[in-house]
Design a protein around this ligand. Structure first.
Ligand code: DAH
Length: 345
C-alpha cells in the first residue's frame, strides 16, 4: 500500500460526493468509504503488512484522509439540506428554457359592452349618431316631456325610483332612455337620427328576465316625412346584421304615451327557435322593443312644429338582445361578476 492508493481513494470519494443528489447517496458513500467495512477500514487492515516506520507515516495520512472525507461529506449534506426538496431541483436543468410559458390572463370586454359596440356599429352605418343623457333625470324629461302628464295612470307603467331632493323638479333614476329623445330634440335641429344605449332603473323585483337595473337602446329618427315602413326596414336590417340571419319579427299594436300609433316588436324566440319555451312563455315570440311614430306633443314640447316634422322611435331591451343572441336564460348573470359565465365571451 502506498500514498498513491490513498490518493486514488480520495479522488474517487471526492468525485462521488460531488455527484451526490440526495441524502441516500451520501449515506451510501459514507458506508462505502467510512463504514465498518468501508475502504478506509480495509486500508487500515493493510497497515499490518508495513514496517513500523511506514505504518506510522501511513497511519497518520489515513487518519487525515478519514477526517477530510468526513468533513466534505458533512458539507455536502448541509448543501443538500439547504436546497429544499433535495438536490434534483437545485440542478441547472430546472431552468428549462424550452418549456412553454404560462399564458398570462388578460381581461376582455363585458358581453354587454361587446353587444353595445356591435349595435352602435350597425346603426352608425345607417347614419345614426350616438347620444347620451344623465342616469339621474328629472321628472320633466322622464315623463312630462314625453307626454306622460302628472297624475296620469300611464306613469304607473314605470315603477320609479325617486330621489329625495329639495328641488321643485323632482329627481329620479331614469326609468327608460326615452328622456334623451326630448333632450336631444331641444338641442339639435332636425333632420336627425340617433341611438342612445344606456342604463335604466326600475323599482321592481328581479327574476330570470327582470333586473332593477338594466339596459335600453333608444332610437329616434326625425325628418320631414318618415313612416312605419321606413322604421320596419331599418329594424329588419338591424336584426339581420345583429343576429347574422334573416329573422322573423312582427309589429303588434301597443300603447305608449309618447308614440301614436304605438307598437311592440316581437321576434322569433331564439332560445327555442320558435317552438315555445319558458323564456317566451311558450308563445315562440319574444317582445324585444317598444316603438311607434313620435307623438305630436313630444315634438311640440321640444319646440318643433308637428306639421313640419315627423318621427319614429324605438326602445330595445339591449340586454335582452344579448340574451337572445347568446342564448342566455338569466338576465342576472350579466351583473353577477361570475367569471365562469363572463369568460365564455
Ligand atoms: N321607453 C319605453 C319603455 O321603457 C320603450 C319605448 C317604447 C321607447 C316606444 C320608444 C318608443 O322610443 O317609441 O318601456
Amino acid at each position: 500500500m502506498t500514498e498513491i492508493d490513498l490518493k486514488i481513494v480520495r479522488e474517487k470519494a471526492e468525485k462521488e460526493i460531488r455527484a451526490a443528489q440526495n441524502r441516500a447517496d451520501l449515506e451510501r458513500i459514507f458506508h462505502s468509504y467510512l463504514g465498518k467495512r468501508g475502504q478506509i477500514a480495509l486500508l487500515f487492515k493493510e497497515l499490518k503488512d508495513l514496517s513500523e516506520e511506514q505504518r506510522r507515516g501511513m497511519g497518520q495520512k489515513m487518519n487525515e484522509l478519514k477526517k477530510y472525507l468526513e468533513k466534505i461529506l458533512t458539507q455536502k449534506k448541509s448543501i443538500l439540506a439547504r436546497v429544499k426538496g433535495g438536490a434534483k431541483k437545485a440542478e441547472p436543468s430546472r431552468f428549462d428554457l424550452d418549456r412553454p410559458g404560462r399564458k398570462p390572463e388578460i381581461g376582455h370586454l363585458h358581453p354587454l359592452t361587446q353587444t353595445k359596440r356591435e349595435i352602435m356599429a350597425i346603426f352608425a352605418s345607417m347614419g345614426f349618431v350616438v347620444a347620451a343623457g344623465p342616469e339621474m333625470e328629472n321628472e320633466w324629461y322622464n315623463f312630462d316631456a314625453l307626454n306622460i302628464p302628472k297624475d296620469h295612470p300611464a306613469r304607473d307603467a314605470w315603477s320609479t325610483i325617486w330621489i329625495k331632493s329639495p328641488e321643485s323638479t323632482k329627481l329620479l333614476l331614469r326609468t327608460h332612455t326615452s328622456p334623451v329623445q326630448a333632450r336631444y330634440l331641444e338641442a339639435h335641429p332636425p333632420p336627425l337620427r340617433i341611438i342612445v344605449p344606456g342604463k335604466v332603473f326600475r323599482y321592481e323585483a328581479t327574476d330570470a328576465s327582470h333586473e332593477s337595473q338594466f339596459y335600453q337602446l333608444e332610437g329616434l329618427m326625425v325628418d320631414k316625412k318618415v313612416s312605419a315602413a321606413s322604421f320596419k326596414a331599418v329594424i329588419a336590417e338591424f336584426m339581420k346584421r345583429f343576429f347574422g340571419k334573416n329573422l322573423e319579427f312582427r309589429l303588434r299594436p301597443d300603447f305608449f304615451p309618447f308614440t301614436e300609433p304605438s307598437f311592440d316588436v316581437a321576434m322569433t324566440c331564439l332560445t327555442c327557435s320558435g317552438r315555445g319555451c319558458p323564456v317566451c312563455k311558450k308563445t315562440g315570440w319574444l317582445e324585444v322593443a317598444g316603438a311607434g311614430l313620435v307623438h305630436p306633443n313630444v315634438l311640440r314640447f321640444s319646440g318643433l312644429n308637428p306639421e313640419k316634422w315627423q318621427g319614429w322611435a324605438f326602445g330595445f331591451g339591449w340586454d335582452r338582445l344579448a340574451m337572445m343572441k347568446y342564448k342566455i336564460d338569466d338576465i342576472r348573470l350579466f351583473n353577477s361578476g361570475n367569471l365562469r359565465f363572463l369568460e365564455q365571451f
